[in-house]
Design a protein around this ligand. Structure first.
Ligand code: NAP
Length: 253
């Protein structure tokens, strides 16, 4: 039986991915800082293991991933999914929170990958959860966009570096998924999908070992068009859109 470890498996996409892989008959390990959020229906599953760990603590990550791997006699896939998002559409900046976003989303993923590689025996698959926000600098989400762009390029480069070591690397860029992270958004979220549906799409991409998976298709199209625009045009279009979304007075406050 295959074994997968998922960070940020206590809620949202990570939790839905855990359910998805359990249904496929895999051994599943998850971690998060607060495992009490995991529904009892899941914790009672014999093939499910949960660990309390912070992705920012490399020693903790090494301990829990190797515990899971030893207990189940191997490790096939590790998904670095844990992440946070903060931002303010009125342009106000919060540098301490912004630093936290970069730390958890980028350094947390690097800690997870380091701990995972130590436990792969001859072959393995690393998966980084980025976002469509990686493709362009989004207003109100500077640290988040920057962190996801870093994850995107980090995974791309690693997929080249690790090819000769039989380690595959995938980067997943979801659009809007309905989770506790997006519940707090007070703006429109085009093409929003349930986390169950999102997890099904992500797990299929993982099984196919896609190096890059951007979804849903319509969101991928829009974001790839924005990415290809000359940057002066991108700024012009986005500033125009923002002027419709936010009254001028508010922008000047
Ligand atoms: N939802 C979307 O629309 C969307 C779109 C694109 C990308 N993403 C990405 O998908 C991933 C999952 O997001 P989500 O929407 O499922 O959010 P979520 O429901 O808020 O889940 C985030 C998960 O990350 C864990 N986490 C946060 N900080 C952690 C830390 N320091 N150490 C360990 N675990 C930590 C949380 O667990 P604890 O609180 O228990 O620590 C939780 O399980 C994130 O990387 C996010 O950026 C989401």
């Amino acid at each position: 039986m295959k074994k997968i470890f998922i960070t940020g498996g206590t809620s949202g996409i990570g939790l839905s991915l855990a359910e998805n892989f359990l249904n496929r008959g895999w051994f599943v390990g998850v971690c998060g800082r607060d495992t009490s959020k995991i529904p009892s229906s899941l914790s009672q599953n014999q093939n499910f293991y949960s660990y309390s760990a912070d992705v920012l603590d490399l020693d903790q990550m090494k301990r829990v991933i190797s515990e899971f791997s030893i207990r189940n006699n191997g490790l096939d896939v590790v998904i670095a999914n844990a992440g946070i998002s903060v931002g303010a559409k009125d342009g106000s900046l919060n540098f301490p929170l912004g630093r936290k976003v970069i730390e958890i989303n980028v350094l947390g993923l690097m800690n997870t990958f380091e701990a995972a590689i130590e436990n792969f025996k001859g072959r393995g698959h690393l998966v980084g959860v980025s976002s469509v926000a990686a493709l362009s600098g989004l207003p109100g989400a500077a640290p988040y966009s920057a962190s996801k762009a870093a994850v995107f390029r980090y995974c791309e480069a690693l997929s080249l570096d690790l090819k000769n070591q039989n380690i595959d690397v995938s980067c997943i860029c979801p659009g809007f998924i309905d989770t506790p992270l997006t519940k707090k958004n007070n703006h429109k979220m085009p093409f929003l999908m349930s986390s169950k549906e999102g997890a099904e799409k992500i797990s299929n991409a993982i099984l196919l070992k896609k190096p890059l998976y951007i979804f849903p298709k319509r969101m991928a199209f829009l974001m790839l068009v924005a990415e290809k625009m000359p940057r002066w045009l991108y700024r012009k279009v986005v500033l125009k859109l923002m002027s419709f979304v936010m009254p001028k007075k508010k922008r000047e406050e």
